[in-house]
Design a protein around this ligand. Structure first.
Ligand code: HEM
Length: 251
């Protein structure tokens, strides 16, 4: 049964705590968990794609700027993907917040089983790390996409006349404070993924006593891998392994 908790208990919670007026998969606690799991998987897909794109920084300005230009050339298709991503992220955050509110309510519940359930779905840290990731993404968009934060590193063009994303990223990460903020954020993102990915297996019902230990390790391993991948970029810039192209300077 695709539940992380005994079925009877879950039905109790689903019935007690379902939001009035909601329908479909959002009606029960389990439905909401499923929605959070599936939207989370969608966001993981974006995170992997974005990481692979960003790691091209190790190849120098050419591949990264060409990649960024290719994305821009997608034109309206890029906006369709962006709006899809925004919708998936919004549903993930809103429904996860609903679940967190339910857990909080259950923690004061009359029955021991309700309190236990709240603790097991627990992961109070998920709420904290999740909110930090949301705050980071807003800062990150303001930095690299809207270019209203640290604008001094944006707006340069490379020799081919493309937006010089490479210099913008390297120039920014040469500032220890900016590099430190990104480093902290991606470590917390790794923690969020570590628990989140393990929960996805439970919610989708991939549970078997024989594989329980192995499955429990997948989330932390995945979280560590993604965090290390993103972390490598500000660290490499700070270490001078990735540097500004000749002739590019910032005040
Ligand atoms: C070292 C880490 C990272 C670097 C260097 C980086 C770099 C960038 C750059 C350069 C852009 C703007 C692309 C452009 O408009 O040309 C961007 C956009 C974006 N990044 Fe990151 N990023 C990093 C980590 C992250 C993380 C951890 C997340 C999510 C938690 C994230 C989410 C996004 C989103 C949602 C966009 C907007 C995509 C779009 O508008 O098409 N990034 N990133």
């Amino acid at each position: 049964m695709p539940l992380s908790v005994p079925g009877a208990t879950t039905r109790l919670r689903g019935e007690n705590l379902a939001m009035n007026g909601t329908s479909g998969p959002l009606r029960s606690s389990i439905g909401r968990k499923l929605v959070v799991a599936l939207t989370g998987l969608g966001l993981v897909g974006f995170l992997l794609g974005h990481l692979l794109g960003n790691l091209q920084i190790f190849g120098g300005p050419e591949p990264l700027n060409a990649y960024a230009q290719t994305l821009r050339n997608l034109g309206p298709a890029l906006w369709v993907v962006r709006l899809g991503l925004l919708a998936v992220a919004a549903v993930h955050v809103v429904v996860a917040l609903q679940l967190a509110a339910e857990n909080r309510a259950a923690r004061g519940g009359r029955y021991e089983v309700e309190r236990r359930l709240a603790a097991s779905a627990g992961s109070r840290s998920m709420l904290l790390t999740g909110l930090v990731v949301v705050a980071f993404v807003l800062y990150h968009l303001a930095h690299y996409t809207w270019q209203v934060v640290h604008p001094e590193f944006a707006g340069r063009l490379d020799a081919a006349g493309r937006h010089d994303v490479y210099s913008m990223v390297v120039g920014s990460f040469q500032q220890p404070l900016i590099a430190g903020l990104y480093a902290l954020a991606v470590v917390l993102l790794g923690l969020h993924l570590s628990h989140g990915v393990s929960s996805v297996f439970q919610t989708l019902g991939f549970r078997h006593p024989r594989y329980e230990q192995a499955l429990a390790r997948v989330g932390p391993a995945f979280g560590a891998l993604v965090a290390a991948g993103y972390l490598s970029i500000p660290l490499a810039v700070q270490a001078g392994i990735v540097a500004l192209p000749p002739g590019v300077t910032f005040p």
